[in-house]
Design a binder for this molecule. Structure first.
Ligand SMILES: Cc1cc2nc3c(=O)[nH]c(=O)nc-3n(C[C@H](O)[C@H](O)[C@H](O)COP(=O)(O)O)c2cc1C
Length: 161
């Protein structure tokens, strides 16, 4: 299966989780590719203010995984702008994950994932699973392992590429 991992990251946390996930999917036999969303201004306050230097195309992929950092207890405006401009996606399977600094999922992670999943569904994507990694948590490594296992398991039944 051709899987695109489409990632927004500022300081590299989300990217590092995506690298681990990408490798796990490749070991599972998938043709998995990491792509980075790049905004002209990563700190744009609202999605309407975001313009892109790099805006990955989802059309080549059979399945999508979106990852981004939490911002201001909510969805990050860069991933919000990116997801909002996607074309209709023909019921492709998808998963989302976020990284955050604070330890509790309700401090932005849950809300960010709910918004990301909602926009994906509006685009026709079938969101199968979600994961949160808290960077300051003593359980960070276990959360990464859990998130990677959970997401890669979503694509097991899809067979080999
Ligand atoms: C402007 C700003 C706002 C943030 N807001 C939150 C927040 O509400 N909750 C949280 O847990 N982390 C928050 N963070 C921390 C990031 O979500 C966290 O460090 C994330 O792992 C960074 O991912 P990255 O390295 O891929 O950019 C914020 C960071 C920035 C720069």
């Amino acid at each position: 299966m051709k899987i695109g991992l489409i990632i927004h990251t500022r300081t590299g946390h989300t990217w590092s989780v995506a690298e681990t996930l990408c490798q796990a999917l490749q070991e599972q036999g998938h043709d998995a590719t990491l792509e980075r969303i790049e905004a002209v201004d990563d700190a744009a306050a609202r999605p309407e203010q975001v313009s892109f230097k790099a805006c990955p195309d989802i059309r080549p992929y059979d399945a999508l995984i979106f990852g981004a950092p939490v911002r201001g207890f909510n969805i990050n405006p860069v991933i919000q702008a990116y997801l909002s401009q996607l074309p209709s996606a023909d019921a492709k399977p998808a998963a989302c994950f976020v990284t955050m600094h604070l330890k509790r999922p309700w401090m932005g992670g849950n809300r960010a994932l709910a918004r990301m999943g909602g926009i994906c569904q509006d685009k026709g994507l079938k969101v199968r699973g979600q994961a949160i990694v808290s960077w300051s948590s003593p359980q960070r490594d276990q959360q990464i392992e859990h998130g990677v296992s959970l997401i890669k398991a979503l694509f097991v039944s899809q067979g080999q590429p």
